[in-house]
Design a protein around this ligand. Structure first.
Ligand code: SF4
Length: 593
C-alpha cells in the first residue's frame, strides 16, 4: 500500500491441492507470511480476501467470500465471511485472492476490473457510512454493476470489532477485520468482472449440481429456512435455552415472542431474496418507514434484542440499518453493550448514567432503568463507533473493557477474546466444545449443536443419528468431524447453510473434482480440512495461545437455574483431553508439525 505497487501471481498448484483453495489457501499464505509477533495494525499484517473453487460456478450456495488477517480483538488469526454478490464478481475478475500488504498514508480504494487493478484516492469517502460509500462509488466509476466491500466509520476509527460490509447488509463481521482495513486506510475494494471461472468437466459438474439441488429441495429443514430465514431460531430454540438473555444470565423471557419470525410476519409483506446462485433465499426485505430494508437476522435479534432485554422490533430493524451503515460486528457490539448494561446495573462504572439518557426508576430513585433502554443503547452504538466518552473503552471489546474499567472477570463473556455469539454454550456440549476450540475464538457458524436437531448430519462421516446435546464422548468425535468438514467446505467457497442441509458430502466433493480436475475422496477432502484447521491452531500457539485459552467466560460455568439449559455446565475439563487425543495433538493442545 505504501508504494501503491500491484502485482499478480499464480497460486502454486501444490498449495491449492493441499488446502483446496479459497480460505484454505489464504490460511496457508497467511500463516507463512505474517510473523506471529506482528501487531495487527503493523504494516506486515496481511488482509486477504478470497473466493473458493465453487465461487462463480453453477454450484449452489457459492457466492461467499472470505476475509483473513491477524485480529486486533483477539491478537490471533482472524476470519470472517460474507454472502451476497461480491464474491462472484471478484471471481469473474479472474482473481481468487486479493492480498493487501502495508499501509497507505491517505484513504484509498482498490478498483479491480477484470485483469486490471489500480489504487485510487478515497479522501472524499473517508468518514462516510456504507450506504453513501456504495452509492458514490457507483457514481464515480459510472457502473451500477460494480460490487464493493467497504468499511464504515467504525473501521476508520479502529473499533476492534469493526466489520467489512458488502451490498449494504452483508457483513464479514467477526474478529475486527474492518479495523485492519481501516489501519491500512483502505476504504473499499471495488470489483467488476465479466469473465467466467473455468470448469474442468462441465458434464460431471452438471451431475453433481443436480444431485445437490435435489437433496436441498427435499430437505424439510431447508424449506423452513426458505420461509423464515435465521429468525425462526428465536421462536424455536428458546425451549432448549440456546438464546442469550440479559447478558447470558437467563434462559427464559417472554420478550422473545415479540422479536422472532412470527412477530415479524405480522408487520406486513416479506420479500425474499438470495445471495448469488442460492436455491434457499433465506434473506428478505421488509418495509420500514416507507422503504424496503433488510430484515434483521437472528444474531441481531438475539445480541441486540434478547441479550439487552429489548423487545421493540422496530428499534431492532432501525439498529440493523444503522449498525451495517456504521460497519460494526453485531455480535461483538451486542456483547459489549450487554457488558456495559450489567456493569451499570451493578453500579461498577462510577459515571452519571443520566448523561447517556438513562431514566431513573420511579420505584427506586437511586436506580436507573437500564435493560431495554432504547435511546441510551442507540447513543452507545454511536459513541462506540466514534470512540466518544465511554464508547472509547467499549470500542476495545469486552475483555479489554473489563480490564480498563477494572471490572470483575465474570463480566467477560468472550472466548479467546472474541465475544460469544448468540448461542448459549450451556445449552449444548457441542456448542461449548466448538467455542472452546475453533481457531478464531468463540465462533458459531459450523454449529455442531445442530446435530441435535437433525441438521449438519453427514452419512459418510458416520453422523447419521441425532447427537444428544449433553453427551460427552459422542460430542467430541462429532465436533471434530463437523469442524474439519466445515473447514474443507468453506475452503471450497460455499455458504455453510448449504452444507447443513445436505446429509451427504460426496456430491460436494464431486463438484470440486469436476471444477478442478482433481480427485479428492471423502478421506483426502477431510484431511485437507484437518490440515487447514491445524495450521491455524499452530499459528495461534505461536502467537502465545496455550491450552488454558481453550475455554470462555467464567459465567458460563455457573448453571442457569431455570429453563432449557437444564442447569448444564459445559464439562470442558472432560471434553478437551479427549478432543486433543482424537485430533492427534499433544497434551498441551499443539498439533504435530
Ligand atoms: S442460504 Fe441464505 S445466506 Fe446462504 S447463500 Fe443462500 S441466501 Fe445467502
Amino acid at each position: 500500500m505504501e508504494t501503491r505497487n500491484i502485482t499478480s501471481e499464480e497460486v502454486p498448484t501444490e498449495l491449492e491441492e493441499k488446502y483446496l483453495g479459497g480460505a484454505g489457501v489464504a490460511a496457508a499464505i497467511f500463516t507463512r507470511e505474517v510473523p506471529a509477533n506482528v501487531d495487527p495494525y503493523d504494516s506486515k499484517n496481511l488482509l486477504i480476501f478470497s473466493v473458493g473453487p465453487f465461487c462463480g460456478t453453477s454450484v449452489p450456495f457459492c457466492g461467499r467470500h472470505f476475509v483473513m488477517a491477524k485480529s486486533p480483538l483477539t491478537k490471533i488469526i482472524g476470519e470472517a465471511s460474507a454472502g451476497g454478490f461480491f464474491g462472484n464478481e471478484l471471481k469473474c475478475t479472474g482473481y481468487d485472492h486479493i492480498i493487501v500488504k502495508g499501509k497507505s498514508k491517505k484513504p484509498v480504494y482498490l478498483w479491480i476490473k477484470d485483469g486490471t487493478a489500480e489504487i485510487r484516492d478515497a479522501s472524499d469517502l473517508w468518514g462516510k457510512g456504507i450506504h453513501y460509500t456504495e452509492t458514490e462509488l457507483k457514481n464515480i466509476i459510472g457502473d451500477d454493476k460494480i460490487k464493493t466491500s467497504s468499511i464504515g466509520p467504525a473501521g476508520e476509527d479502529l473499533v476492534k470489532y469493526a466489520a467489512i460490509i458488502n451490498e449494504s447488509d452483508h457483513a464479514a463481521g467477526r474478529c475486527g477485520l474492518g479495523a485492519v482495513m481501516g489501519s491500512k486506510k483502505l476504504k473499499s475494494i471495488v470489483v467488476r468482472g465479466t469473465g467466467k471461472p473455468s470448469v474442468h468437466n462441465k458434464d460431471a459438474l452438471k451431475v453433481a449440481v443436480k444431485k445437490i439441488r435435489e437433496i436441498v429441495k427435499e430437505s424439510p429443514l431447508a424449506n423452513v429456512m426458505r420461509e423464515s430465514g435465521t429468525l425462526i431460531h428465536m421462536d424455536n430454540f428458546i425451549s432448549i435455552g440456546d438464546i442469550p438473555i440479559k447478558n447470558y444470565t437467563m434462559s427464559r423471557w417472554p420478550g422473545t415472542k415479540k422479536i422472532g419470525f412470527y412477530a415479524l410476519q405480522t408487520r406486513g409483506e416479506i420479500k425474499h431474496h438470495s445471495c448469488f446462485n442460492c436455491p434457499i433465499a433465506c434473506r428478505a426485505n421488509i418495509e420500514y418507514e416507507g422503504k424496503w430494508v433488510a430484515w434483521p437476522e437472528y444474531e441481531m435479534l438475539a445480541m441486540m434484542g434478547s441479550n439487552l432485554f429489548v423487545d421493540d422490533l422496530n428499534a431492532l430493524i432501525k439498529w440493523n440499518l444503522l449498525v451495517n451503515d456504521l460497519g460494526i460486528d453485531i455480535i461483538s457490539l451486542g456483547g459489549n453493550i450487554a457488558c456495559f448494561l450489567e456493569a451499570a446495573e451493578r453500579k461498577l462504572l462510577n459515571m452519571d448514567l443520566s448523561e447517556l439518557g438513562f431514566k431513573q426508576d420511579p420505584e427506586k430513585s437511586d436506580n436507573y432503568q437500564i435493560w431495554g433502554a432504547i435511546e441510551p443503547i442507540e447513543k452507545l452504538i454511536k459513541m462506540i463507533t466514534y470512540r466518544e466518552g465511554i464508547g472509547n473503552d467499549l470500542a476495545e471489546g469486552v475483555k479489554n473493557f473489563c480490564l480498563i474499567r477494572n471490572l470483575p472477570q465474570d463480566l467477560s463473556t468472550v472466548g479467546k477474546g472474541l465475544e460469544i455469539p448468540a448461542h448459549e454454550p450451556r445449552s449444548s456440549n457441542l456448542t461449548a466444545l466448538d467455542y472452546a476450540t475453533t481457531c478464531r475464538g468463540a465462533y458459531h457458524c459450523y454449529e455442531p449443536m445442530q446435530l441435535s436437531s437433525g441438521m449438519t448430519l453427514k452419512k459418510e462421516l458416520g453422523l447419521t443419528e441425532l447427537v444428544d446435546r449433553f453427551s460427552k464422548e459422542e460430542a467430541v468425535d462429532a465436533v471434530i468431524k463437523i469442524q474439519d468438514s466445515s473447514e474443507a467446505y468453506s475452503a471450497c467457497g460455499g455458504c455453510i447453510f448449504g452444507f447443513w442441509y445436505t446429509q451427504e458430502i460426496t456430491p460436494w466433493i464431486n463438484a470440486l473434482n469436476a471444477i478442478t480436475g482433481r480427485s479428492y475422496s471423502v478421506d483426502t477432502w477431510m484431511k485437507a480440512g484437518e490440515q487447514i484447521f491445524n495450521i491455524k491452531r499452530s499459528y495461534n500457539m505461536d502467537c502465545g495461545i496455550t491450552k488454558a485459552a481453550d475455554t470462555f467466560g467464567s459465567r458460563f460455568f455457573t448453571p442457569i437455574p431455570k429453563g432449557g439449559t437444564k442447569k448444564n455446565i459445559p464439562p470442558l475439563d472432560e471434553l478437551l483431553p479427549k478432543y486433543y487425543e482424537l485430533r492427534g495433538w499433544d497434551q498441551e493442545g499443539r498439533p504435530p508439525s
